[in-house]
Design a protein around this ligand. Structure first.
Ligand code: SF4
Length: 89
């Protein structure tokens, strides 16, 4: 009887440890996503405009992520847009 009780306690500890590990992993992933979003520049700070400038547009920039995102500027971004961080791909 005591053996069964100890075995159940050990199982319960493993389940609780697993749940704690999953909770911690979830917090870390959420934190990374928030950090990545915070690292992007606001559209205003980079003079983003929804139309090209000097023949350059987001669709030819190395940071453009089709269909409407940018690696360095907060979205949504239009393929025809432009900002002062433009870098030809
Ligand atoms: S021009 Fe600016 S907003 Fe457009 S893709 Fe490049 S860095 Fe992003």
């Amino acid at each position: 009887m005591a053996y069964v009780t100890l075995d159940l306690m050990a199982s319960r500890r493993r389940v609780l440890a697993g749940a704690a590990t999953l909770s911690f992993a979830g917090l870390m992933l959420g934190g990374n996503a928030a950090a990545a979003a915070a690292a992007k520049s606001s559209q205003k700070s980079v003079d983003y405009q929804p139309h090209p400038k000097g023949g350059h547009g987001c669709n030819t920039c190395k940071d453009f992520v089709p269909q409407s995102n940018c690696k360095t500027v907060e979205g949504p971004i239009q393929a025809s847009g432009w900002c002062n961080k433009y870098a030809h791909s």
